[in-house]
Ligand binder design. Structure first.
Ligand code: CP3
Length: 330
């Protein structure tokens, strides 16, 4: 009886002492451009946890930096853009991505696939709304004022921007799959900040183009966002095989909100891992049970591992998911 597969968003980095030690002194985006570091950081969590997949160590802004956008990841803050994109002429700074812009990604994926054997490597990219939010607002934002005002007020420029970002994303995911990534996740982390109607009108057509472009490769496509309870059906409709679910909605309810044929991924609140083990165990069991009502379930957190998480708890949780899911299936 196969157990429920499990991996963790942000399993590579942040919470691991060996990650902090090896990263010390290297800016995040420099680390993302060095194949040996990418490979090491991708493999680190696999030495501790019996997870069923590796996630490529990279960042959603890597392809933007690679085409020359002035962007950096400020420690403790996130991506910061030198000259935000807010007008038609600004778009000229977004040229398409060629594989030659990110040889370090191809090299790292190739090395990882050789190293991982049967264990799949998950490639990823940022979703159109989330990438646009950093480029337009200029950095992390709580209310996405400028991004949303562009989306509402200038649909022509918005669609031109998302079309460019979508082309870049198709190229970025395509080269990861070509080098051997066996699944992809589109992180449209902040898409949950808009309404279903606006998502359908202003974002979904672009995400759909990404998933359609990947369809011929046959790799499973995961679509994730935070605060997306009202968007789950649309995230699936965009063409994903697996819909990521955060902790705000139980998986059995999420299963009712997606079309038939979609698997779910999620959805333990990452903050639960800071509670005593008895709590983690009880809540994880509940997620596994509810996940059984979906057409397929990949256990994950509802968002990334928090930096203060004890890696020992993640190791124990991974084993629990495997054991408990087999027990329930008997
Ligand atoms: O498992 C993994 O860690 C895989 C690699 C990965 C990173 N970023 C490395 C990273 C992945 C999949 C991402 C995706 C990403 N990056 C997203 C989508 C996922 C999500 O969390 O919703 C977003 C929005 C970003 C942009 C980003 N990068 C932010 C907001 C931050 C700063 C806040 C933070 O989480 O620390 C980053 C930096 C970043 N990306 C770090 C890592 C390991 C921390 C940098 C460091 O260690 O100094």
């Amino acid at each position: 009886m196969p157990s429920t597969p499990v991996w963790f968003m942000r399993q590579a980095g942040r919470s691991l002492p060996e990650y902090r030690a090896a990263r010390a002194g290297t800016p995040m985006l420099d680390a993302c451009a060095q194949p040996d570091l990418i490979t090491e950081f991708t493999l680190q969590p696999l030495r501790r946890y019996a997870v069923d997949a590796a996630i490529l160590f990279s960042d959603i802004v890597v392809p933007l930096k690679a085409i020359g956008v002035g962007i950096d990841i400020a420690p403790g803050i996130g991506p910061v853009v030198e000259n935000p994109i807010r007008s038609e002429p600004d778009l000229a700074r977004l040229r398409n991505l060629e594989p030659g812009d990110v040889p370090f990604v191809t090299e790292a994926v190739t090395a990882l696939v050789a190293e991982l054997g049967d264990k799949p490597l998950i490639g990823f990219a940022g979703g159109p709304f989330t990438l646009a939010s950093y480029l337009v607002d200029g950095g992390p934002s709580k209310s996405f004022d400028r991004t949303k005002s562009l989306m509402y007020g200038n649909p022509k420029l918005w669609n031109a921007l998302l079309t460019r970002l979508t082309d870049i994303t198709i190229a970025f995911l395509g080269l990861q799959v070509a080098a051997g990534a066996r699944a992809v996740q589109l992180f449209d982390s902040w898409a949950g900040t808009i309404s279903p109607e606006d998502y359908r009108r202003s974002v979904l057509p672009h995400s759909r183009r990404i998933f359609e472009a990947l369809a011929p490769t046959g790799v499973p496509r995961i679509h994730f966002g935070v605060g997306t309870s009202e968007l789950l059906g649309l995230l699936g409709e965009a063409g994903a095989d697996v819909v990521g679910v955060d902790w705000r909605i139980p998986l059995d309810e999420a299963a009712r909100r997606v079309e038939p044929g979609k698997a779910l991924q999620g959805n333990l609140d990452p903050a639960i891992l800071l509670a005593p083990w008895e709590v983690v165990e009880a809540r994880a069991r509940e997620v596994i049970e509810r996940g059984r009502t979906a057409e397929g379930h990949i256990f994950n957190l509802g968002h990334g591992v928090l930096p203060d998480t004890d890696p020992g708890v993640l190791a124990r949780l991974t084993d629990l998911v495997h054991e408990e899911s087999v027990r329930l299936a008997r």
